[in-house]
Design a protein around this ligand. Structure first.
Ligand code: PEP
Ligand code: MG
Length: 316
């Protein structure tokens, strides 16, 4: 019965009073597209392009191979948005030709945008391949960089996009606390923000996302993390730009309501979560989401934040 009720719930993401929150899918490549379409995703909010590079850690894939893979994903959402993240190598995803072998703390080392700025040829090839893949398609392409720390990073990325002749919106992921704290400054260089709450939690709490012993600190309901989400969303609103979430946090239906209440403008998640998030969001008004968000932020722990939000939304 639950399944039937969920499949009846289709259409764009919105609160009960019609405040739109596009529900997008996280994909790792063309193989994930059918599930995203089936779940009614309004586009792709995070295309993790690493998959193309992980087959061969010694060489980057050719431009032609990249064009082919990007085109398959772009063609699946002819009217929708597709947000492509450039290669996020390093840390848990090392590549021999990009990642220094001897880093004492790989998560704090040359990863994400940092490795691409050290290897401009790899970034250029990827951006050129994206430009070619989008040619002639009506899709609304957005391209974003992982691990942006400051305005200089955002500018270097936007410059590389312009130099590659990419006709798209350029954005920055907010995964490092400095980027959330200085979001307005970063928004002087790019057109949108996307919160990667997995890494943002890791770096806010100094808790390695791969270490189970510190998983308590990876809980996206932590009020400190919600504060950084709110700062980023408020900065984007002040600049008239968008701020989505593409980390795991977006796939928790109750937290999705809280994120909406914090001012986040879109939610991207694994396709399987979309029907649950859509159904939950549709039950509450934006004002209720805002009250739940305020209650969560007024809490002192993740557990307290979760129950405070639940109490507001269940009318207790
Ligand atoms: C994140 O860090 O939240 C994110 C979306 O990127 P990834 O999980 O691929 O690091
Ligand atoms: Mg990340």
């Amino acid at each position: 019965a639950r399944k039937a009720a969920l499949s009846a719930s289709t259409g764009p993401g919105a609160t009960a009073d019609g405040h739109k929150v596009p529900l997008l899918a996280n994909v790792g490549g063309p193989a994930d597209v059918p599930a995203a379409v089936e779940a009614g995703a309004e586009g792709v909010g995070l295309f993790r392009t690493e998959f193309l590079f992980l087959d061969d850690s010694k060489n980057a894939p050719t431009e032609e191979k990249q064009v082919e893979a990007y085109r398959q994903v772009l063609e699946a959402f002819p009217e929708g948005r597709v947000v492509v993240r450039v290669l996020d190598a390093g840390a848990d995803k090392p590549l021999d030709f990009l990642t220094p072998a001897d880093e004492p703390n790989p998560a704090l080392g040359v990863r994400g945008l940092r490795s691409l700025l050290d290897h401009p040829d790899v970034l250029r090839t990827q951006l050129t391949a994206l430009a070619k893949a989008a040619e002639g398609l009506p899709v609304y392409l957005e391209v974003m960089a992982p691990m942006v720390a400051d305005r200089a990073d955002a500018k270097a990325f936007a410059d590389a996009c312009r130099e590659a002749g990419l006709r798209a919106k350029f954005g920055a992921m907010v995964e490092i606390p400095s980027a959330a704290l200085r979001a307005r400054s970063i928004l002087q260089e790019v057109e949108f923000l996307s919160l990667g709450t997995n890494d943002l939690a890791q770096y806010t709490f100094a808790a390695d996302r791969q270490v189970g012993a510190v998983s308590r600190l990876q809980d996206p309901w932590q009020p400190a993390l919600l504060d950084l989400v709110a700062l980023s969303a408020e900065a984007a609103r002040a600049e008239g730009k968008s701020c989505g979430v593409c980390g795991e946090a977006a796939s928790d239906p109750l937290l999705a309501c809280v994120l909406t209440g914090l001012g986040v403008t879109s939610l991207s998640m694994g396709a399987a979560s979309i029907p649950y998030v859509r159904a939950t969001l549709a039950k509450f008004t934006l004002a209720q989401c805002e009250r739940a968000a305020a209650a969560a932020r007024a809490s002192d722990s993740a557990e307290e934040a979760r129950s405070a939000a639940r109490a507001v939304l269940s009318g207790e």
